[in-house]
Design a protein around this ligand. Structure first.
Ligand SMILES: [Zn+2]
Ligand SMILES: [Zn+2]
Length: 127
């Protein structure tokens, strides 16, 4: 937990949307994250999407044909609700709303080039 502490202290200062409909989070350390709705759905942290412990997480590539047909609705964000002061929850076009996206998780999944590069370096450092 030691090295995680500083990251968990980073809080969102502002939430918004780009003209393209991407969610943006401005963090207390000045970093800004931009998330496509499809990406947010892909990283949904609920048990159903991630699979239970020990089984591989679901991904778009292993959706059933029926699920693929409803995919456009799956990546439409209909509602965003705060969960306490530590997370937000999205309601999706297909009714899915089980995922609770905590701030540290959203920051850890930031898809910007700098963060992707840093995560890649972190992963390489462990091997
Ligand atoms: Zn989910
Ligand atoms: Zn980033």
């Amino acid at each position: 937990m030691r090295s995680e502490n500083t990251r968990e202290n980073i809080e969102p200062r502002d939430l918004g949307w780009t003209p393209e409909g991407h969610a943006t989070i401005a963090w207390s350390d000045g970093h800004v994250s931009t998330y496509e709705p499809a990406y947010l759905r892909k990283i949904c942290p609920c048990a159903e999407c991630k699979g239970t412990h020990g089984t591989p997480p679901k991904a778009f590539t292993i959706l059933s044909p029926k699920q693929i047909r409803s995919a456009p609705r799956q990546v439409v964000i209909e509602q965003v609700e705060p969960v306490g002061n530590y997370a937000i929850a999205f309601t999706w076009g297909d009714g899915h709303r089980e995922g609770i996206y905590t701030w540290p998780m959203l920051r850890a999944e930031c898809p910007c080039e700098a963060c992707v590069l840093r995560r890649r370096i972190d992963a390489e450092g462990q091997s």
